[in-house]
Design a binder for this molecule. Structure first.
Ligand SMILES: Cc1cc2nc3c(=O)[nH]c(=O)nc-3n(C[C@H](O)[C@H](O)[C@H](O)COP(=O)(O)OP(=O)(O)OC[C@H]3O[C@@H](n4cnc5c(N)ncnc54)[C@H](O)[C@@H]3O)c2cc1C
Length: 453
């Protein structure tokens, strides 16, 4: 029953007799991966090999070598783990809408399975692939605890409206155990050479992918699903208990730090939720954490799935567009161009500290992300420019960037998406405002500035 609700069929073609191909895109892991398990189940039913393919693009939504390196190291682990299960992983360089149909034809595949990603670029590839194929093409949502296409058929207005739906069905979707991949009994015969090229990329990503030139150091986080599982266990044992008290203090390690793993699909949200529920942390902390992990995260997928303008002014609610339009002509106290933001050279030491935290570690604290994006609205000539600057910086420097959470977070901060109107003020209109003094009341601002200056 639950499996059926995870599946979206791109066509009505019944699966044919050939091998099954799983196009791994967003969920780059073998543990707790329902799309991969579904693909294997279908292959075993048909007594066929299972082939996994990953398409590597030299450029993807402003990502830099650092993010590619994190992803490639994770994929290297996937390659080894799949090998132990008698499954081949092909890592092919190029656009999926060209590679996948060609691969399906070359192998005479009986079924193509993919995971779910609401981003426009991925939906676009799938639509092109669908038109080119006569083969059965199924998508399995292995990223959301409650499948995005099942929980809602429209863009939800707020966390409140989605939460109500989630609460009714959550128990059905968090089972006692998650199905796992088994040793595959049918072997893929053809040999491939493309992976050699991939392995050489692993060690020289700066040569082949765009450079951020920021001197980012991400040694605080180890890539790959084994490290992800370790980080999750540590958080569940030691961190989650104080989550409700510490998560909004940027001077404390109060957040889980798991977003890069979730973004690259190296860790399943379902696994985290299962372990968090079992833990003996305080009820308040568990509730607060699951609200972020489930409601907020899945609201972001809902937003991107049903609002194709998720990364622009056009995607805002009409009340937000009209209040921002009304205040277009307001005088901005400060006006900056992109390089001033990028180099953390604004007049505001708190904003600069947040930007520097992101530049140096690849992860800005969650609380500061709101302040950071709202200030960009205040200091650019238009909300359109604010969106462009915030998305560019977020996608380029955050390890977890290029994610529905990022587009929803930025649209919330700048365009009131999932929020409501607040008191009216210059430039912002009725979009919720945040200021330096407000931050000072919440945490030790000087300590944070000092830490990142
Ligand atoms: C302007 C802005 C930009 C953002 N950019 C990104 C981004 O690029 N990538 C990204 O993953 N998140 C983004 N977020 C959401 C949130 O700030 C991060 O998910 C969180 O800080 C990641 O750290 P963590 O894993 O330690 O979080 P924790 O607090 O430990 O939360 C656990 C998980 O819950 C989810 N979560 C937490 N807060 C949110 C939220 N507000 N919205 C949606 N999901 C949430 C994430 O998957 C997170 O990993 C952004 C928020 C804002 C306001």
């Amino acid at each position: 029953m639950i499996d059926q609700e995870r599946i979206h069929r791109y066509n009505n073609t019944p699966p044919g007799p050939g091998p099954v191909i799983y196009w791994m895109q967003r969920d780059q892991r073998i543990m707790d991966n329902r799309a991969l398990v579904y693909a294997q189940k279908k292959a075993i039913e048909k007594r066929q090999p299972l082939l996994v393919v990953f398409c590597l693009l030299p450029e993807f939504l402003d990502a830099t070598g650092l993010q590619f390196q994190f992803m490639l190291k994770g994929l290297n682990e996937v390659l080894a783990s799949l090998g132990k299960k008698n499954i081949s992983l092909l890592i092919l360089k190029g656009e999926p809408d060209q590679i996948i149909p060609e691969l399906v034809r070359r192998h005479d595949a009986g079924l193509l399975v993919s995971d779910f990603n609401p981003l426009r670029i991925v939906q676009g590839w799938k639509n092109v692939i669908m038109k080119q194929l006569n083969t059965a093409f199924h998508e399995v949502d292995a990223h959301n605890i409650i499948p995005a296409r099942f929980i809602s058929k429209k863009a939800e207005f707020s966390a409140f409206t989605l939460r109500r739906k989630i609460e009714k069905t959550l128990d059905t979707f968090i089972p006692e155990e998650i199905p796992q991949l088994v040793n595959h009994p049918f072997t893929q015969q053809k040999a491939w050479i493309e992976n050699d090229a991939f392995l050489s990329l692993l060690y020289k990503p700066e040569k082949d992918f765009p450079s951020s030139q920021s001197g980012q150091n991400i040694s605080w986080i180890k890539p790959g699903e084994i490290a992800a599982m370790g980080a999750m266990k540590q958080f569940i044992c030691q961190g989650i208990d104080e989550y409700s008290i510490l998560r909004n203090d940027p001077n404390e390690p109060g957040q889980s730090g798991l977003s890069p793993y979730l973004h690259f699909g190296q860790l399943s949200a379902e696994r985290i939720a299962l372990e968090a529920k079992k833990s003996d942390a305080s009820t308040g902390s568990k509730k607060a954490f699951l609200e972020e992990l489930i409601v907020r995260r899945e609201l972001a997928d809902n937003f991107c799935l049903y609002n194709p303008a998720y990364d622009s002014f056009e995607g805002f609610h009409s009340w937000a567009k009209s209040t921002l339009n009304k205040h277009r002509g307001d005088i901005r106290e400060f006006l900056y161009e992109l390089p001033v933001f990028e180099l953390a050279k604004t007049h505001d030491p708190l904003w600069n500290a947040a930007q520097k935290e992101m530049l140096s570690t690849g992860k800005m604290h969650g609380f500061m992300r709101m302040y950071w994006a709202k200030k960009i609205l205040g200091w650019t000539a238009s909300p359109e420019e604010a969106m462009a600057v915030a998305i560019y910086l977020n996608d380029k420097y955050e390890l977890d960037g290029r994610d529905p959470n990022g587009y929803a977070g930025i649209a919330w901060s700048i365009g009131g998406v999932h929020d409501r109107p607040w008191g009216e003020r210059p430039v912002f209109g009725t979009i919720r405002y945040m200021n330096f003094q407000g931050c000072r009341r919440k945490f030790n601002v000087d300590k944070y500035i000092q830490a990142w200056t």
